[in-house]
Design a protein around this ligand. Structure first.
Ligand code: SF4
Length: 681
């Protein structure tokens, strides 16, 4: 692109979702006018969201100046005033209550980014132990369950040899379109497909087996698959003998999960369970792709442990076409300053394994900490690129807690529902206005180039924390003049230079893909083996074997509520147009999905006198919302589904933050009880 005219085609990475596709951006006079897939990048088939990038970047709703709330209204202020104000408030809080009185939270767009590293550095210099990210709500219960069992995150691998794919609690057609493409390609080559989902998703309709499961009962299903595989001897004896711990105990444990008993728990017919087990265990290599539906449960970590055990005992771990063992081999300079944290118990102390595996704290108990002042008063929350009012569970409690703070600071590109509650709002940037480096599972590093200058007076997000750090006396820890300097420093140990990345927009491989890495060094668990029986879990007071527990709120565990709340509410299903609470203000995307909807089975709706398009009230123990009904045959009759992220019908007014997975601290977004009535009916 010509830097003089500000026109041309520039290459970078789309950050509208975590797939991080490569894009060519068309710029005219400093303005983004179009986007196409970047041929050099392995991910270059773009989804509908990418077409809206120019709308996102140049939206008239973008925040362009720092804002301060005065008498309930926002006033524009200069960056100098904003930094001085924030520095003075944070200094006061530290003096009066200690650094732990500040909680820091950064959302999904910045997880594993330079901004996150700068914010974390800032938090550690300030001294708070309460550094939190979107990992409190997404993916990390899965990563914990897999790591506790086999020492690392294991991801699905679709190769020409893949004979069976099990998609569990995930709808890639909407959430990861490239994965859905890969699955369809494997189907075309004759691979079998099994889908576990209460909804008949597009892939479920193409599947050989669709297990239409009761939300939250996944662990029982996994244990029953293990029951069948073990009873029929369809496991990899040599692998188990050499590489697992606790198989004998598992054999006893799964005896009580016969398909007949588990049919009653999961609503999946016993014969379907047997078929699933046989197809999966006899079609090697087979891969399992599980989604956040498993994280969003009060039994999520144990569910993932059961599924990881399934992968291991069938010998599908770290083989081509199975599930790949991911250990990071991208060496970079650490920005951590752990020694600066003032040693005080964190808000996430009840979930020690979460901090052990994520190296951060869960933010979920933060609301109670703010409201009860236990274990100590929390006086400030710094929220970056996140909209907790729409995305955290139990919105009434979220707003009540935020209103109690002395300082709510929000950094965002739009005036989100959370920003509206803030004392100070700072304008951040979109991914076209800043530089970053992305790391892919295929051991590929790709530079995400800055294409245009920050809009208005917004600042590159990493700079916000570096600048604030300087105001607070930490200048020596933020010596970088620009992001090139920052990334050169960061890349030093990697053996890759920033210039190399800039010259290779499709990325630079820093390591070759290897399979069966455990043959060299074992697994990264305490025993170096797959720990079906985990002493570590036992040591922390959890069941050492994968164990099923009823969801905290279900027709079984709360039979007292069935009469009042007869339906199971599952929340958070995706549409490809949006990500969490983002992008609903972009006209081209909104036109396609204009309204929040509750998906309800046509027969169930008819029994309640509800027609397609009717306005209904949905009520749970926490509250109620009004929303339009979408009648469908594609959902289990006793289950209803509502997407999250809509301010017009915020489903998190219905969700619960108190019942949590005891290991990860994750809340249940997927299994709640509700009733649906026609408004005015
Ligand atoms: S899948 Fe769509 S939103 Fe996600 S990175 Fe690719 S183009 Fe962007």
């Amino acid at each position: 692109m010509s830097s003089k005219s500000g026109s041309g085609i520039a290459k970078t990475i789309c950050n509208m979702c975590p797939t991080h596709c490569g894009i060519d951006v068309y710029v005219e006079n400093g303005k983004t006018v179009g986007v196409t897939g970047m041929e050099e990048h392995s991910h270059h088939t773009l989804c509908i969201k990418a077409e809206a990038i120019p709308e996102l970047v140049h939206s008239s709703e973008r925040l362009t100046n720092p804002l301060k709330k005065v008498d309930g209204r926002f006033e524009e202020i200069s960056w100098d005033e904003a930094f001085d104000l924030i520095a003075s408030k944070l200094t006061d809080i530290k003096q009066k209550y200690g650094p732990h009185a500040v909680v820091v939270h950064i959302g999904e767009p910045f997880v594993f980014s330079d901004t996150e590293r700068m914010l974390r550095r800032f938090s550690e210099l300030y001294g708070t132990p309460n550094y939190t990210t979107g990992s409190s709500f997404c993916a990390f219960a899965t990563i914990m369950g897999q790591s506790l069992t086999c020492g690392a995150y294991i991801s699905p691998h679709y190769s020409v040899g893949t004979k069976c794919m099990m998609v569990w609690g995930k709808n890639p057609s909407e959430s990861f379109p490239l994965e859905a493409d890969a699955i369809r390609a494997m189907l075309g080559r004759g691979a079998k497909l099994i889908v576990v989902d209460p909804r008949a998703t597009p892939l479920a309709k193409m599947a050989d087996i669709h297990a239409q499961i009761r939300p939250g009962s996944d662990c029982a299903l996994a244990l029953s698959l293990l029951n069948v595989i073990i009873a029929e001897g369809r496991y990899d004896k040599a692998f188990i003998e050499q590489w697992t711990i606790g198989f004998d105990k598992l054999v006893e444990q799964v005896k009580e999960y016969s398909p007949e008993r588990v049919e009653e728990i999961t609503w999946v017919p016993a014969e379907t369970i047997r078929n699933m087990a046989r197809v999966y265990a006899t079609s090697k290599p087979a891969t399992i792709s599980s989604g956040v539906a498993l994280d969003h449960s009060t039994n999520g970590v144990q569910t993932v442990r059961a599924i990881t055990t399934l992968v291991a005992i069938t010998g599908n771990i770290d083989i081509a076409g199975g599930n790949i063992y991911n250990t990071s081999r991208f060496k970079r300079t650490s920005f951590r300053l752990k020694e600066k944290i003032v040693d005080k118990v964190s808000i996430g102390a009840d979930y020690p394994l979460f901090s052990r595996y994520t190296h951060e704290e869960t933010v979920v108990p933060g609301l109670d900490a703010i409201l009860t002042e236990k274990p100590y008063p929390i006086k400030a929350l710094l929220v970056v690129a996140c909209n907790p009012v729409l995305t955290w569970a139990n919105t009434n409690k979220v707003t009540q807690a935020f209103e109690k703070l002395d300082l709510l600071l929000v950094v965002d590109i739009f005036m989100s529902e959370t920003a509206k509650l803030a004392d100070i709002v700072l304008p951040g940037t979109t991914f076209l206005e800043r530089q970053d480096i992305r790391n892919y599972e295929s051991h590929l590093a790709v530079v995400s180039n800055k294409i245009i200058k920050p809009i208005g007076n917004s600042k590159e997000d990493w700079e916000i924390w570096a600048e604030l750090g300087k105001r607070m006396g930490y200048a020596e820890y933020f010596p970088w003049e620009d992001s090139d300097e920052l990334f050169k420093y960061w890349l030093k140990p990697s053996g890759i230079s920033l210039d190399q990345l800039k010259q290779n927009p499709g990325g630079v491989h820093y390591a070759e893909r290897e399979y069966q890495k455990y043959l060299k060094d074992g697994f990264e668990t305490p025993s170096k083996k797959v720990e079906i029986y985990s002493e570590l879990m036992g040591k922390f007071g959890y069941d050492p074997l994968p164990t099923f527990k009823e969801p905290a709120e279900s027709p079984v565990s709360r039979s007292d509520l069935v009469e009042k709340y007869p339906l199971i509410l599952t929340t958070g299903a995706r549409t490809v147009n949006y990500l969490h609470s983002e992008y609903r203000n972009l006209p081209s995307l909104r036109r396609l999905v204009p309204d929040p909807l509750i998906e309800i089975n046509s027969q169930t709706a008819s029994s309640l006198g509800i027609a397609d398009g009717d306005l209904v009230e949905v009520e749970s123990l926490r509250g109620s919302i009004e929303i339009k009904a979408k009648l469908t045959e594609d959902i289990q009759p006793k289950v209803v589904s509502i997407q999250h992220g809509w301010s017009q019908a915020n489903v998190n007014l219905l969700t619960d933050d108190e019942a949590r997975d005891p290991v990860s601290g994750f809340v249940s977004f997927k299994s709640l009880m509700c009733r649906v009535t026609k408004v005015g009916g």
